[in-house]
Design a protein around this ligand. Structure first.
Ligand SMILES: Cc1cc2nc3c(=O)[nH]c(=O)nc-3n(C[C@H](O)[C@H](O)[C@H](O)COP(=O)(O)O)c2cc1C
Length: 216
C-alpha cells in the first residue's frame, strides 16, 4: 500500500510558525487537477487561500470556521454545475477522443454518448448533477490529501458548509460566493485545510474488514 494511504490521518491543528510554500501548494493543486472525472469533465475549480482576510471571509460559510481561520493554507473546493452543459460535455469528449486517436464528429459523439437515455436523464435532473459533481470532487479531494502528505503537510477536508444543498437564497452565502468570484452554477463543496502538523496524530479506527469488503 502507498505509505500516504497507510499513514493517513486528518490533521486539524497546524504549526502557526510554518507556512505552506508556493511549491507545496501548487503540487497539491496539480494533484487535484490530475484526478479522474466523468467524461473528463473536471467539474471543479480550486481556490488557494492564504491571506487572513480571505480566510476570515470563507470561515463564515463553515460550522467549524475556526479550522479555516487557523490553517496556514486553505483550498476552497468549488463544484461546477456548468460542466454538465451539453456543449461543454461534447467539447471535453471531443478533446479526449482526439487525444486518444479517435476523430469523431459532433453528431457521432452525441449519438454515441450524449443522446443515450441515461445521459439525458442525468442532464435534466439537478439533484443527480449535484450528486455526480460531489462524486467527482471527492476523488479530487483524495488526490490532494495524499499529495499534501507527500509534501510533508497535514490536511483535512472540512465539509460542513453552507451551499446549494442546504441553503436557498441565503444572503450571507451569496455574499461569500460573490467575494470569491463564484457564479450561480458554481458552489462550495468543501474546504481542505493544510499546514505543517503541530503534533503527530494517532490513526483513526475503521469499520471491521468483514463489514467493509467482501472477497468473492
Ligand atoms: C467529505 C468529508 C468531509 C469532512 N468534513 C469534516 C468537517 O466538516 N470537519 C471535520 O473536523 N472533519 C471533517 N472531515 C474529516 C473526517 O472527520 C475524518 O476523515 C474521519 O473522522 C476519519 O478520520 P481520519 O481522516 O483521520 O482517518 C471530513 C472528511 C470528508 C472526507
Amino acid at each position: 500500500m502507498l505509505k500516504e494511504i497507510a499513514d493517513w490521518r486528518s490533521i486539524r491543528k497546524f504549526d502557526p510558525t510554518k507556512p505552506v510554500t508556493n511549491e507545496q501548494l501548487i503540487s497539491v493543486l496539480n494533484a487535484g487537477r490530475r484526478a479522474p472525472s466523468w467524461k473528463n469533465l473536471q467539474p471543479w475549480k480550486f481556490i488557494a487561500i492564504r491571506k487572513e482576510t480571505d480566510k476570515l471571509k470563507l470561515s463564515e460559510a463553515f460550522s467549524m470556521g475556526v479550522l479555516i481561520r487557523k490553517a496556514p493554507a486553505v483550498i476552497l473546493c468549488v463544484g461546477l454545475l456548468e460542466a454538465w452543459v451539453k456543449t461543454h460535455q461534447r467539447d471535453r469528449l471531443k478533446e479526449l477522443l482526439h487525444h486518444r486517436g479517435f476523430n469523431m464528429s459532433e453528431e457521432e459523439i452525441d449519438k454515441m454518448y450524449l443522446d443515450h437515455e441515461l445521459a439525458q436523464a442525468l442532464a435534466i435532473k439537478p439533484s443527480a448533477l449535484m450528486a455526480r459533481t460531489f462524486e467527482n470532487m471527492g476523488i479530487a479531494y483524495g488526490f490532494m490529501l495524499l499529495e499534501a502528505m507527500n509534501q510533508g503537510l497535514g490536511a483535512c477536508v472540512v465539509g460542513e458548509t453552507a451551499n446549494e444543498l442546504i441553503v436557498e437564497n441565503n444572503s450571507k452565502y451569496n455574499e461569500i460566493k460573490q467575494y470569491f468570484g463564484l457564479n450561480e452554477s458554481q458552489f462550495i463543496t468543501a474546504a481542505i485545510v493544510l499546514g505543517v502538523p503541530q503534533k503527530n496524530e494517532a490513526l483513526n479506527p475503521r469499520k471491521p474488514v468483514e463489514e467493509t469488503y467482501v472477497l468473492f
